[in-house]
Design a protein around this ligand. Sequence first.
Ligand SMILES: Nc1ncnc2c1ncn2[C@@H]1O[C@H](COP(=O)(O)OP(=O)(O)OP(=O)(O)O)[C@@H](O)[C@H]1O
Ligand SMILES: [Mg+2]
Length: 258
Amino acid sequence: MKPAEKDIALKISSISASFDGFYALTDVSVEVERNTSRFFIGPNGAGKTTLLDIICAKTKPSAGTVAFFPKSGPMARLTGMKERQIASMGIGRKFQVPSVFASLTVFDNMLLSLKGHKGIWDSIFRPLSAHDEEKIEAGLERADLSDKKGSSAGSLAHGQKQRLEIAMLLVQEPELILLDEPTAGMGKRETEETGEMLAQIKKSCTVIAVEHDMDFIKQAADMVTVLHEGKVLVEGSVLEVLADKAVQAVYLGRGGDY
Ligand SMILES: Nc1ncnc2c1ncn2[C@@H]1O[C@H](COP(=O)(O)OP(=O)(O)OP(=O)(O)O)[C@@H](O)[C@H]1O
Ligand SMILES: [Mg+2]
């Protein structure tokens, strides 16, 4: 019997990226299954952020394609699209540094994100529908921020800001989210909570994350791709990847910070 075909949400094919002749990525191909989490790991400078930049069209690759397969509708070739077009297809990106509106409340940050391109005037002058309010409340609940909704976002702890930013992405109901080091600067408990949040998110969304924290990777990654000097070194489950001799050599060679 033929094995069931995997339901692929994103197909990265032979991507290379060069900056003035320096190859940050060389011939990277990865398929990401729908409603799973794919973690890209690897030493500093391996090309992880560059790959996220290419998926969301912040950076143009020198070769290769990225194809997105929405739950409904035809395949979309992301390479060649504009950043805005990609966002409107339901692909959300969280950058390494949290960017929330510090002087606005947590609730208003969510509201602005929900209104998205309709912008600030719409959110101020149009009454909030019960449906939108429910969506915001549900998002805050999932991020464990319900009791903070009236606080200014600037007063949140670093980890809470990171979770608020993820919640702001989710309220737009994306199909795919890209997270660059979502647990950077978080303590152990906050990191675990973020892992629990990801497990919930995956039910309705495909997750691509870049991460250094090995405990978080073990907790939250379904599949791992190790990048090293711009190339795919190995991919597999967390355990498979950690057992790999080449991966161990790369990490131990860097002072064993993993
Ligand atoms: N715009 C750019 N111009 C020139 N070089 C760049 C540019 N962006 C990235 N690079 C280089 O490409 C390589 C990969 O960088 P990238 O930021 O993708 O690494 P990373 O795996 O995300 O590393 P880290 O774990 O430190 O965040 C690095 O050597 C970096 O200096
Ligand atoms: Mg990076």
